[in-house]
Design a protein around this ligand. Structure first.
Ligand SMILES: [Zn+2]
Length: 95
């Protein structure tokens, strides 16, 4: 989907709300060597098990942790931003 940065910014961005692996091209498990198991570590941000999280490449090489329902925003300079649902809707509206 295409979204516009508020208020009335002419720059349009491509944004994807991420819920599970496969929702975003190139997403990966946050920890590549991670094997989901009982008693999984909980995310300190959303409190969901880490097995439900993704890893997205941002700033070229770093992997950023993506919580389910986070938004992945393609910025015009080629970088990628990850933000939560509240932050996203404060900054962007559907174009
Ligand atoms: Zn999380």
């Amino acid at each position: 989907m295409i979204y516009r940065r508020k208020p009335c910014d002419s720059d349009l961005v491509e944004a994807t709300q991420w819920f599970k692996h496969g929702d975003y091209p190139g997403d990966d498990y946050y920890d590549e060597d991670y094997v989901p198991e009982e008693g999984d570590t909980l995310c300190c941000v959303c409190r969901l098990p880490m097995k439900f999280h993704g890893g997205i490449e941002v700033w070229g090489a770093c992997s950023e942790c993506v919580c389910p329902s986070n938004w992945i925003v393609q910025l015009s300079d080629g970088y990628v931003a990850v933000m939560n649902d509240k932050e996203f809707h404060e900054m962007y509206e559907e174009a």
